[in-house]
Design a protein. Structure first.
Length: 134
């Protein structure tokens, strides 16, 4: 089990910080679910404008089951980031195991019309009960 759950990654002047947090356990008709939130801060620490086009997430639960998520923007937004600006949002991820991982990238558009993938290093979802039981 990792000691640090957060992720900080810099690609082409785009710094992405992710802070996951355990929210609660839920009992559903399908079984036990663990709900996690994750706060994402996208900061343009570079010298050039960039716009977020799309997202890709790879979510892996404790059993090794993989789920891939792709889509336009983040939480309904396509943030444009001037040098020095940031965009922050919070989203959620339910897992049917007590821990899991998530990683991916944001496709970013540059001013000249080219694009690049701003990498998001792996971060960890951990049910607090696991840590307290140790």
């Amino acid at each position: 089990m990792p000691n640090k759950a957060n992720s900080v990654t810099i690609t082409n002047g785009i710094k992405i910080t992710v802070e996951p947090e355990f929210v609660q356990e839920e009992n559903t008709k399908e079984g036990q679910k663990n709900l996690f939130s994750y706060r994402v801060e996208i900061a343009n620490i570079g010298d050039h404008w960039a716009k977020l086009q799309s997202r890709y997430w790879c979510i892996i639960n404790a059993d090794g089951e993989k789920d891939e998520v792709r889509g336009g923007g983040v939480v309904g937004y396509y943030p444009e980031l001037k040098p020095g600006s940031t965009f922050t949002y919070t989203s959620y991820c339910p897992l049917d195991t007590e821990w899991g991982t998530m990683e991916g990238h944001f496709e970013m558009l540059k001013e000249d019309g080219t694009s690049f993938n701003a990498k998001i290093d792996r971060f960890y979802f951990i049910n607090k009960k696991l840590i307290e039981d140790e």
